[in-house]
Unconditional design. Structure first.
Length: 192
């Protein structure tokens, strides 16, 4: 039970100091939960991210719940989940109360411009880390790189053209294509 306060405080720190939502939190989750505390492996973090993206709920909350449960069962899941949610709740409560007057200050408005840039960088950093880790675990790197490049181009083209395309369909298409490439007989990347 000594781990419960540590779970709560670690995830409260992640929740309090990460702006930009779940994707921006992946980098900090990786640093705190994988590298520093070693509560989960990098492979588990990638798996949780994939599952969290395809299930209801934010990525960070799903990761906190999984990590807490792995470390201390139901009590750990509750401690970690409450820890990651509570700071965001209070920050949003404070900002929403004073939002109109808050953004009227040039200092605050300019700070948010900088935060947007930092969030974009955090998301790119998390993506690069996940791609590197994915390539280490993949038997046929050329197929994985081509697969990722094709989906990147598709997403980029859809975004630039203004076509609204649900990420759910992309996940389903990627899952089916990956199954065909890596599992079915005669697939180039068949795993044995």
């Amino acid at each position: 039970m000594k781990i419960l306060p540590e779970l709560f405080l670690t995830f409260a720190k992640i929740g309090a100091f990460t702006f930009g939502g779940g994707y921006a939190m992946i980098s900090l989750l990786d640093h705190e939960c994988v590298e520093k505390k070693q509560w989960i492996t990098s492979e588990e973090l990638m798996d949780v991210t994939v599952v969290a993206e395809s299930t209801p709920g934010p990525i960070a909350i799903n990761c906190a719940t999984y990590t807490g449960y792995k470390q201390a069962g139901l009590a750990g899941a509750i401690a970690a989940t409450v820890g990651i949610v509570l700071p965001s709740f209070f920050i949003i409560l404070f900002i929403s109360t004073f939002f109109e007057s808050f953004l009227s200050f040039p200092l605050a408005a300019n700070a948010f411009k900088g935060i947007r840039i930092a969030v974009a960088v955090l998301i790119m950093q998390a993506a690069v880390k996940m791609i590197k880790k994915m390539l280490k675990k993949t038997p046929d790197k050329s197929v994985s790189i081509a697969f990722a490049a094709v989906f990147f181009v598709i997403v980029l083209a859809l975004n630039l053209s203004g076509i609204r395309f649900s990420t759910i369909y992309l996940i389903l298409i990627a899952g089916i294509a990956s199954f065909c490439i890596f599992t079915l007989p005669n697939g180039k990347g068949v795993q044995k």
